[in-house]
Design a protein around this ligand. Structure first.
Ligand SMILES: Cc1cc2nc3c(=O)[nH]c(=O)nc-3n(C[C@H](O)[C@H](O)[C@H](O)COP(=O)(O)O)c2cc1C
Length: 345
């Protein structure tokens, strides 16, 4: 139990099939970040449901243990959305049947990954280029499984092909039960800004729940986006890395350095339990550097922590550290060129 996070009570309930979503601010799916330990922390902090990282349907249908392992989860994370990506109807349908056995509440189809080796092969955002075939895929998956099927899209391939109206229409006709919209095109990758006008427009005509996504930096901003656009909920990605407090309505600026240290230890322990030692520690490096982001006076500590491959040494560096730190003025929690690409190799 995390005492440092107080769960925000929200009365809002969105239904996806029979699945009830309580609350409206959610940790976005992020390969290499939204694994079971971090999903548990964010659910405890107030994220309304949990999305897995995206997993290849080719890997699933070939029985790849690595792919299947990405779906390990704990019941505390429920409702849990399993996210998949792929480009072949038969393979995707087969993979959906396989993963349904693992007990997800919802299966989500990734139609937003912009990385060339995914999107240029017709997977991820590549699905936006062929709405008719994508519709057939969703129809086929819907028939094959008993859990609700949702999709996460971008607004189009590029600004010459902003086909979100057609896409949403086709997806709805095919039986999709909710749509998350990252308000950028595939070509934008992570540049420019998400187009919240388009997200509002989609919400105004869609018949299924819409979750808006892109560039949200705080809980307050999340609530403003919901109020302005009318979306049923929002997803927060980059600004939530190293900052689970965002789901509790607490600004990281108001979190003391000792609370940050406690969270680091708590998160690390979950990672070690889940992945074993020292692998859990190695995977934790990207998180720890984000927990420390926004502070002056921590660079030496950060260097020691992100190079340590020994848990005792890591914990020693952390506890010895005398927090004479100040907040950095520029908060760059969100504007980094991180993407799922980093984790596809
Ligand atoms: C490191 C990283 C990994 C991501 N992996 C996924 C993924 O597996 N599935 C997905 O649908 N989106 C993925 N995304 C996209 C995010 O879910 C989200 O749409 C995007 O970051 C925009 O939201 P933000 O501005 O709040 O970060 C990833 C983003 C990042 C930064």
């Amino acid at each position: 139990m995390l005492l440092l996070l107080k769960e925000m009570k929200s009365d809002k309930i969105t239904k996806i099939g029979d699945v009830e979503i309580k609350g409206d601010v959610i940790l976005a799916p992020m390969a290499g970040i939204s694994d079971s330990p971090y999903r548990q922390i964010c659910r405890e902090a107030g994220s309304a449901f949990a999305y897995t990282e995206f997993v290849s349907t080719d890997g699933i249908s070939h029985g790849s243990k690595k792919s299947i392992d990405l779906f390990r989860f704990s019941n505390a994370e429920r409702p849990i959305f399993f996210q998949i990506f792929g480009n072949k109807l038969e393979v995707i349908t087969e993979a959906a049947k396989i993963i349904e056995e693992l007990g997800p509440d919802v299966i989500d189809m990734n139609m937003g990954c912009s990385v060339a080796k995914v999107a240029h092969k017709g997977s991820g955002a590549g699905m936006l280029r062929d709405p008719v075939n994508t519709g057939k895929i969703i129809e086929s998956v819907r028939k094959a499984v008993n859990v609700p099927v949702t999709a996460k899209i971008r607004i189009g391939w590029d600004h010459q092909n902003l086909n979100y109206r057609e896409m949403v229409h086709v997806l709805q006709e095919s039986g999709i039960q909710a749509i998350s919209v990252h308000g950028r095109t595939k070509s934008m990758a992570y540049t420019g800004l998400a187009d919240w006008k388009i997200i509002s427009e989609i919400k105004s005509f869609a018949k299924v729940p819409i979750f808006g996504n892109g560039d949200i930096l705080s809980y307050k901003q999340a609530k403003e986006r919901i109020a302005e656009s009318g979306v049923d909920a929002v997803l927060i990605g980059r600004a939530a890395i190293g900052n689970p407090w965002i789901f509790s309505g607490i600004d990281k600026e108001n979190v003391s350095f000792s609370e940050i240290k406690n969270m680091i230890v708590y998160h690390l322990n979950l990672m070690l339990e889940f992945y074993g030692s020292p692998f859990g520690l190695l995977l934790f490096r990207k998180h720890v550097s984000k927990y420390l982001k926004g502070y002056f006076g921590v660079s030496e500590l950060r260097n020691k922590l992100v190079t340590s491959d020994n848990v005792d040494a890591f914990l020693g560096y952390l506890s010895e550290f005398n927090p004479d730190v100040t907040r950095s003025e520029s908060q760059e929690f969100a504007n980094e060129m991180l993407s799922c690409e980093t984790y596809l190799n």
